[in-house]
Design a protein around this ligand. Structure first.
Ligand code: MG
Length: 227
């Protein structure tokens, strides 16, 4: 009897540790800047760099794309970094393909990591959720159903330039989608469509795409990395 109690206690402790670890995972590490804490869009601006960001703050502490108000981006720029961002695809039963839960996370404002419903939704190759848009599909589909929170943990290594501005090394990205690595230090050969500017740069903002669908984001933090 006693041993059963001990086993039950041990199990409870393990479960509690798991829950604590999960909560900890979402907490920003030392040296990170919180870009969105559920309260306001003070760290964000519209993609013209001047107009205040006009997305909505929802009662559940998320920012939500307000269709037609345009992309938003961070006021600050970053070189190489580690980025944590959580997103939630809305239920859109009548929609399909690229019209279902579409948004995107643009690194340096130039390279889109696609956000899309990829749970039971077909689209073209290199256009699905977690793809480096138009460049590479994720190694695995880690999609959760719409309505559930998902995570991207991104490590981005900025491109390197010589003194004349020629690209010496192209950017690289590692993406962990819902805990699983789906791009492992993948070189990004070119910028993707819909970003700001038309050439690689040493630093840039994080840009989030208004593709007309009410996708939500929360718990966004970034930690600059030294090269
Ligand atoms: Mg998109």
């Amino acid at each position: 009897m006693q041993s059963r109690v001990v086993i039950a206690l041990c199990l409870a402790l393990v479960l509690m540790a798991g829950v604590v670890a999960q909560q900890r995972q979402a907490r920003p590490p030392r040296g990170a800047t919180v870009l969105f804490d559920g309260k306001d869009l003070s760290k964000w601006v519209s993609r013209d760099g001047r107009t205040p960001a006009r997305w909505e703050i929802t009662p559940n502490g998320a920012m939500q794309v307000k269709a037609g108000t345009g992309d938003i981006m961070t006021r600050d720029e970053f070189g190489s970094f580690q980025l944590h961002i959580e997103f939630r695809i809305p239920e859109m039963p009548g929609a399909s393909g690229q019209g279902k839960g579409n948004s995107g996370v643009y690194l340096h404002g130039l390279y889109e990591i696609q956000v899309l419903d990829a749970y039971q939704n077909q689209t073209y190759s290199k256009g699905g959720c977690a793809s480096i848009y138009g460049i590479k599909d994720p190694d695995k589909n880690m999609a959760k159903p719409p309505g559930q929170w998902q995570t991207y943990d991104i490590t981005f290594i900025a491109p390197k330039f010589d003194s004349s501005g020629n690209v010496l090394a192209k950017p690289r990205v590692t993406l962990r989608w819902n805990g699983e690595i789906v791009h492992n230090s993948v070189e990004i050969p070119n910028i993707t469509v819909g970003g700001i500017g038309n050439q690689m740069r040493a630093t840039g903002p994080i840009l989030l795409q208004d593709h007309g669908n009410p996708v939500q984001y929360r718990n966004i933090w970034i930690r600059p990395l030294r090269d």
